[in-house]
Write a protein of this length. Structure first.
Length: 310
């Protein structure tokens, strides 16, 4: 198998330099695509000057990492797409090579790669319970995943109107509904040096909004209202103890508004998929042998997220 590594970046020139260098050090020799989402710093000149071998796409208008990742996936040439944030790096030169070996079953559509976040304690996250079984997760984290390009495109990629936050979970439940799973990878971890320069209001607004859109877009009709009510209660509880309370409350209100507008274009997953997804979410992980008999035929149903590309 061959690999493409995608990095979407905006105004993190120095962080991006380290991320690209770690990609170039990989023994698997992946294709590398950097998408500049309208940076106003020296990102473009740095990449073109220091890394001429890297594919580079420059935009004058910012449209967010979700749409830019979709764009890069369409341009990727190889079998598997890896994505890391511009403030992340591979911990060793072997991560891509090791992760490719984890696509050992045809029903493995994506990988959740182990992750270290030094600013959050430095513990390894998303490590499988053991290396004897294939362990299946409900989702992956956007800075540490790999996905079969064919699966990504057939399922419809990330839902672009989410803009920011929550696109991974929305994608992974649709991937599961198409008969493919997310495996917990045995590869060496990715290190995410989370930048201190983050718009927390924006993150919390879209986080709460998109939790509700997840239900509106994906949850079977007979369960959607209950799911949305529970999501609202949980969101309100979180908002009451958060510094960004106003942003979260706006996100909940706008989430309901956008959810009602999305009702006409709903393409929910099967009830069996939803139940399996919920079990994976609450249990943490299940073995592939437990999950495989419950998978649907590996043929994606339509391409519901079409509107994201506009």
């Amino acid at each position: 198998m061959t690999a493409t590594v995608v990095i979407v970046s905006k105004n993190r020139c120095n962080d991006l330099r380290k991320a690209i260098a770690s990609c170039l050090s990989q023994t698997a020799k992946p294709q590398i695509i950097v998408v500049d989402d309208a940076s106003t710093d020296q990102t473009a000149s740095m990449v073109l000057r220091e890394f001429p071998e890297v594919g580079f796409i420059r935009h004058e208008e910012s449209r967010g990492c979700v749409l830019r990742r979709n764009e890069a996936a369409a341009l990727a040439s190889f079998d598997v797409i890896f994505s890391i944030d511009d403030d992340a790096e591979f911990s060793t030169p072997h991560v891509v090579e090791q992760a490719l070996a984890d696509f050992s079953e045809s029903r493995i559509g994506a990988l959740s790669i182990p992750l270290i976040e030094p600013r959050k304690g430095g513990e390894v996250q998303n490590r499988p319970p053991d290396d004897r079984d294939i362990w299946v997760s409900d989702t992956f984290i956007g800075t540490a995943y790999a996905v079969r390009r064919q699966c990504f495109l057939k399922v419809g990629g990330f839902r672009g109107d989410l803009i920011h936050q929550g696109e991974e979970t929305d994608f992974c439940i649709r991937l599961l509904d198409s008969g493919f799973v997310v495996r917990l990878s045995n590869a060496d971890p990715i290190i995410h040096h989370e930048s201190p320069f983050r718009d927390l209001d924006r993150m919390h607004y879209f986080g709460r909004r998109n939790d509700l859109l997840f239900a509106a877009n994906n949850v079977p009709a007979e369960l959607a209202v209950l799911h949305m009510l529970a999501t609202t209660v949980n969101g309100l509880r979180a908002a009451m103890s958060a510094t960004e309370r106003g942003a979260m409350l706006r996100g909940i209100g706008d989430g309901w508004w956008h959810a009602l507008r999305a009702l006409g274009g709903r393409c929910p997953v099967r009830r069996e998929t939803y139940q399996l997804f919920r079990q994976l979410r609450t249990s943490g992980a299940l073995t592939f042998s437990e999950v495989a008999p419950r998978l649907a035929d590996s043929m994606p149903r339509g391409r519901a997220p079409d509107r994201q590309d506009r």
